[in-house]
Design a binder for this molecule. Structure first.
Ligand code: SR1
Length: 325
């Protein structure tokens, strides 16, 4: 959409310098998120300086230290470890640098604007589908990692659903790396060899989901094991819609729309127009059947079939419409 009003202060002069401090930019979700953030920043006259710590938490902390020292108009912190980042975020707030976080758990969020996806409802949506498909008491597997705010939030819902539906968790494994999809294949492969009777697997991050799907296929279990993921991308849609794919449902936002939404949250805040100090971007649950019924083969087509993904009524202003993906 095009802006129907001029940019307000501080965006109506020299570009506004904002530091984006990322834990990682690797993988479908993070690449699309970064592209959305960059496009929305350009539309708002924000000069975005991006650092990518490639999953090295010490490096992300030092990137944040340097960002604070450069005295930008604001800082966005994307993912990261509470222990290493909380003291620096407290320091930035004390130095009166506005801070927006995305997917980061803080012990003290005073003065910070926090954003995330609606992780609990995402997990609930896809796990409702799992229970509907395989029923109470089914043998299930779990592939995820701890210490990442969105994965920890999804894990809480998993634990509740497991208890409520007496699911029999036969394995738990998984990790996040700079090559998450590839690195999870041997872990899930080993778990499947030990538990070939598993009926469903919850793998709540698309890089992990893709690795899980690959392991299911290489064990020739795709007609017996259903996989439930989180997130969506062009590559994910190819995997979900492939003949006989075990990946039957995912809960997702459009990551480009979320990256853009985080920038709008920051921009509205700097313009003094942000209502809340916390923003949760809503997600939708997408089944393999929905993609087939709507002949969806990529994210562009998915945005048409499921327009809620555009987030074009979320944290917008007449001077700051959502950039279109
Ligand atoms: C390592 S955390 C990965 C998750 O962060 C984003 O919020 C995506 O939804 C992804 O699943």
């Amino acid at each position: 959409a095009t802006a129907s009003a001029p940019l307000p202060s501080p965006f109506n002069g020299a570009p506004v310098k904002v530091a984006l401090v990322r834990q990682s930019g690797a993988g479908d979700f993070f690449e699309a998120w970064g592209a959305g953030a960059t496009a929305q920043a350009k539309a708002a006259n924000i000069e975005l300086t991006v650092t990518d710590a490639r999953n090295d938490n010490a490096k992300q902390a030092s990137d944040l230290e340097q960002a604070i020292a450069s005295k930008p108009a604001a800082i966005i912190v994307d993912h990261g470890q509470t222990d290493t980042l909380q003291p620096l975020i407290t320091e930035a707030v004390a130095a009166k640098i506005p801070v927006v976080t995305y997917d980061l758990a803080l012990t003290d969020a005073t003065g910070v604007i926090t954003t995330s996806q609606s992780d609990a409802s995402m997990a609930q949506g896809v796990l409702d589908q799992l229970v509907k498909d395989v029923g109470d008491g089914a043998k299930v597997g779990y592939v995820s990692a701890t210490g990442f705010a969105p994965l920890d939030a999804r894990a809480k819902v998993w634990d509740q659903v497991v208890a409520a539906h007496k699911l029999d968790v036969v394995f738990s494994t998984g990790k996040v790396t700079e090559s998450t999809a590839t690195d999870n294949i041997p872990l899930v492969d080993a778990a499947l060899k030990q538990n070939p009777d598993v009926q469903a697997i919850f793998a709540p991050y698309d890089e992990i989901t893709k690795g899980t799907v690959q392991a299911v296929i290489q064990n020739n279990l795709q007609s017996k094991v259903k996989v439930y993921g989180i997130d969506i991308s062009n590559a994910d849609i190819q995997v979900i819609t492939a003949d006989g794919s075990p990946w039957v449902a995912t809960s997702a936002t459009d990551p480009a729309a979320v990256g853009a939404g985080v920038i709008r949250t920051l921009a509205l805040s700097l313009a003094g127009q942000l209502k809340d100090t916390s923003e949760q971007f809503p997600a939708v649950t997408i089944t393999q059947q929905f993609l087939a019924d709507n002949a969806v083969t990529n994210v562009t087509q998915l945005r048409v079939a499921e327009p809620k993904l555009k987030l074009d009524t979320t944290v917008v202003a007449d001077w700051l419409p959502a950039v279109s993906g």
